[in-house]
Design a protein around this ligand. Structure first.
Ligand code: FAD
Length: 402
């Protein structure tokens, strides 16, 4: 087993770490106190600098202007960028665009690629992914009310979605809607590209999430599709294959998320250790770091981060070498395990900071608020645990172990 990181990736991640430290972390006080939309001009400058350094769109295809890194290498990049909430955006590999780019690349027609994929990779436009519905359990998305009915050369879409992340200011949405209600449940829905300026695409609001509605890229939209008409050529992939394509989107996406969460762990762990080492808690000058309970937290966090990291890189390697299907169990394992490790590390880092840990003078509470969702999106913890346990238990059916 070879754990060696290539010289090229060492250079790339060092460059990214330096950029994050010097150019992005200093922007965080503004990020925490102003709207994302206000920050766009300065973020655009940073994006231009990243392009100049030839580090733009690390995971996206070379032919469209990306670096074309494989999944394992991009996992390392995602970890470095995850240390700040603006990292992925500034380097052009943010969700949900990253997932949309993957499926447009795999399933898009030549026309769709030129119109949507190319400007998306170049960072000229943004997109969103619109599947979850307000009134139905997103954990079982085959229960879907949104319909896309054929009418001449068009589809007419009706339905109500929410958590269409980053819809505010996006150029287009990839919408999941039922096109084939007579088919088996997993073959009823299709993916359709819907430009956000289409009449009938109604952006109702950015949902307030943990006290913040967000703007532009940081918003999570509620969308009402009312007789929203788009040409049938906007169908992405085969009709009725929406869930099949969605599966493709989720495997690598979970690796990106998990490594981003590990970047968050690293940042919070560094802050925790630094604070513990300097915070004096006794009259004779002893620091928090002298206390065994804090030392135990630090050791436990270090072990769990390391375990989570190895599991994630292993899952990335499996996807890369054996394919997504073979790696399904590993993907489910990391999805709930890494999300849990991150929540624990963020919580302990916050605790070590005491009252300061509750203020937006530091980044930890931002992670605490916004990353709670990691245990819900892309499959809630429970759904992944059930899937893994079922697969494991299948191996024991009719087999007694002595
Ligand atoms: C920050 C954020 C961003 C998101 N971005 C997007 C996006 O860009 N596009 C999009 O389409 N959606 C997005 N989502 C929606 C997300 O995919 C759904 O919230 C998720 O699929 C869960 O669906 P639900 O909210 O309807 O919860 P439900 O399906 O109602 O589930 C509620 C809870 O029930 C439990 N549960 C569910 N099923 C089972 C089961 N079988 N067994 C045991 N327990 C179970 C879990 O604890 C789960 O958290 C986002 C969500 C969040 C929070």
């Amino acid at each position: 087993m070879d754990f060696e990181i290539s010289e090229r990736m060492k250079i790339i991640t060092n460059m990214i770490d330096e950029f994050v430290d010097k150019e992005l972390i200093p922007l965080e006080p503004e990020f925490l106190t102003r709207s994302f939309r206000d920050l766009l001009p300065v973020l655009e400058e940073k994006r231009a600098a990243v392009k100049k350094m030839e580090l733009w769109a690390p995971n996206h295809p070379r032919e469209y202007g990306g670096m074309g890194l494989n999944l394992v290498d991009h996992a390392l990049v995602s970890e470095s960028l995850g240390r700040t909430p603006i990292g992925h955006y500034v380097f052009g590999c943010q969700a949900p665009d990253a997932g949309n780019i993957e499926i447009l690349y795999l399933y898009g027609t030549d026309e769709q690629k030129e119109k949507y994929l190319r400007p998306l990779v170049e960072g000229k436009i943004r997109s969103c992914f619109s599947m979850t519905e307000v009134d139905l359990a997103g954990s079982n998305p085959v229960m879907m009310d949104t319909t896309a009915v054929k009418d001449g050369d068009d589809y007419v879409i009706n339905g109500q979605k929410w958590y269409t992340s980053s819809s505010d200011g996006a150029e287009f949405a990839i919408v999941m809607a039922k096109t084939n209600p007579e088919a088996r449940p997993h073959l009823q829905a299709s993916m359709i590209i819907v430009p956000c300026h289409t009449p009938g695409f109604n952006h109702v609001r950015n949902i307030p999430v943990m006290g913040e509605a967000g703007t532009d890229y940081t918003g999570h939209g509620e969308i009402l599709y009312q007789s929203c008409r788009v040409p049938r050529k906007n169908l992405l992939g085969p009709e009725g294959h929406g869930f099949v394509i969605a599966q493709e989107r989720l495997g690598p996406g979970r690796i990106h998320h998990c490594m981003r969460w590990l970047g968050i762990c690293k940042r919070c762990f560094d802050l925790m250790c630094s604070r513990a080492s300097e915070r004096i808690i006794t009259l004779d000058g002893k620091t928090l770091a002298t206390r065994q309970i804090i030392q135990a937290w630090i050791a436990e966090c270090a072990a769990e981060i390391s375990a989570a990291r190895l599991m994630t890189l292993n899952a990335a390697w499996k996807i890369e070498t054996l394919g997504g299907k073979e790696a399904r169990e590993d993907i489910s394992l990391i999805k709930f395990f890494v999300a849990g490790v991150m929540q624990k590390v963020v919580d302990r880092a916050l605790q070590v900071h005491g009252g300061l840990g509750m203020t937006d003078d530091i980044i930890i509470p931002y992670f605490y608020r916004h990353e709670r969702a990691a245990r819900i999106y892309d499959g809630a913890d429970e759904v992944h645990k059930i899937a893994v346990a079922r697969r494991i238990l299948r191996g024991y059916e009719g087999r007694r172990v002595h």
